[in-house]
Design a protein around this ligand. Structure first.
Ligand code: NAD
Length: 346
């Protein structure tokens, strides 16, 4: 079996972790790496990652140098959250005739918020004979694909409610700012209003995927972001939160069919939830026949699972028919543990 030849584009927290994971998989071979950081350009990928050994792959900031169809079968893109921002890079990849997996949250179902771009990607991918998948832990897995899969034995589903309760403590300053951690309640409200505090990115995508997969007919999605006000002192390497200040963002997305609430997703994200006796976990409740309640404690680890899902989907994307794909369109992800995992076909 020939290994699948990969270009890793974006060598930040996720991209570098995905490279380390791919290096463990004999069915995958890293043949090229791109990142915009000037200090990475021209260096060996092993040096950039600090693996202690040379990998024989030079990092470049010029994707045109390495987007060569005969050499690369698939690009793993880990650069941004937004479909519109990703489009220039995505167009280059598709036009070069190369498949792509991206972890941009909005790309998990671009039709949800950018239907015209979703159409463009789908048409371009079909024209060039490649497939494009958006995935990650959430959106892409916990609050959408797992929910959909759990309904697989149901006769009917009236309503779905799912929550992901997680701990933001390991993350850096960008995440703290985008979740409003360390602000006052008034600054949080102002940040939500001016768009600087965004909370979770992905509820419209997850709700749209669930609705499409089950045929629930969601016709309106409403999101709300509330400050999680701390009763105790909390701190991380990047932020200090006094009692009365904001420790995180409780973000809710509700999908309605007419005036009926059919999908409710809840994602309270904060630093050190255990300091107020809040366990982390993923909870899925399906109200229908039969009723199903799933609790995963603690939460499925976000960074690890994002790298895992993206890498584990590589053989499915290489084998897929051309076009824009969502996780609900492809075979289920499974850990790549042996040769047979690389040869399953869509
Ligand atoms: P990061 O900031 O650590 O790394 C991003 C890297 O991409 C940086 O090295 C940067 O130099 C590089 N980069 C950015 N734009 C580029 C471009 N156009 N060309 C070349 N290089 C470019 O971010 P991260 O933690 O690795 O996450 C990457 C993205 O994935 C984020 O937007 C994050 O929100 C998203 N994400 C999604 C999920 C999910 O569940 N779907 C999970 C984790 C992260």
């Amino acid at each position: 079996m020939e290994p699948i030849r990969i270009l890793q584009w974006g060598l930040g927290a996720m991209g570098s972790g995905m490279v380390r994971l791919m290096l463990e998989k004999p069915g995958l071979k890293i043949v090229a790496a791109v990142d915009g950081r000037a200090d990475y350009a021209g260096k060996d990928l092993g040096e950039v990652l600090g693996t202690g050994k040379t990998l024989g792959v030079k990092v470049t900031s010029q994707p045109e140098e390495v987007l060569i169809k005969g050499n690369v079968e698939l690009v793993v893109l880990a650069t941004t959250s937004w479909t519109r921002e990703q489009m220039p890079d995505l167009r280059k990849i598709i036009i070069a005739g190369i498949n792509c997996i991206t972890i941009a949250e909005e790309m998990s179902d671009p039709e949800a918020q950018n239907p015209e771009l979703a159409r463009e990607i789908d048409e371009l991918a079909k024209k060039h004979g490649v497939s494009v998948l958006g995935t990650g832990v959430n959106p892409g897995f916990v609050l959408d694909l797992l929910v959909v899969t759990l309904t697989g034995g149901c006769h009917s589903v009236e309503r779905i409610e799912a929550a992901r309760v997680n701990d933001l403590s390991p993350y850096g300053p960008t995440v703290m700012r985008s979740q409003g951690v360390g602000t006052t309640p008034a600054a949080f409200v102002a940040g939500v209003a001016d768009g600087s505090i965004v909370g979770h990115v992905g509820f419209p995508e997850s709700i749209h995927m669930i609705s499409v997969a089950l045929g629930l007919g969601v016709d309106r999605i409403v999101e709300s972001r509330e400050p999680i006000i701390s009763k105790v002192y909390r701190e991380t390497a990047h932020v200090q939160v006094q009692p009365g200040m904001v420790a995180g963002c409780a973000h809710t997305g509700i999908g309605y069919r007419g005036d009926r609430e059919v999908v409710k997703l809840v994602h309270p994200q904060q630093i050190h939830p255990q300091l107020e006796n809040q366990d982390t976990g993923d909870y899925i409740n399906i109200y229908g026949k039969p009723e199903i309640h799933l609790a995963i404690k603690p939460e499925i680890a976000g960074g690890i699972a994002t790298m895992g899902v993206a890498v584990n989907m590589i053989p499915h994307v290489v084998a897929a028919t051309p076009g824009m794909k969502r996780m609900i369109d492809l075979p289920v992800p499974a850990a790549l543990m042996g040769a047979s995992a690389y040869t399953r076909r869509v």
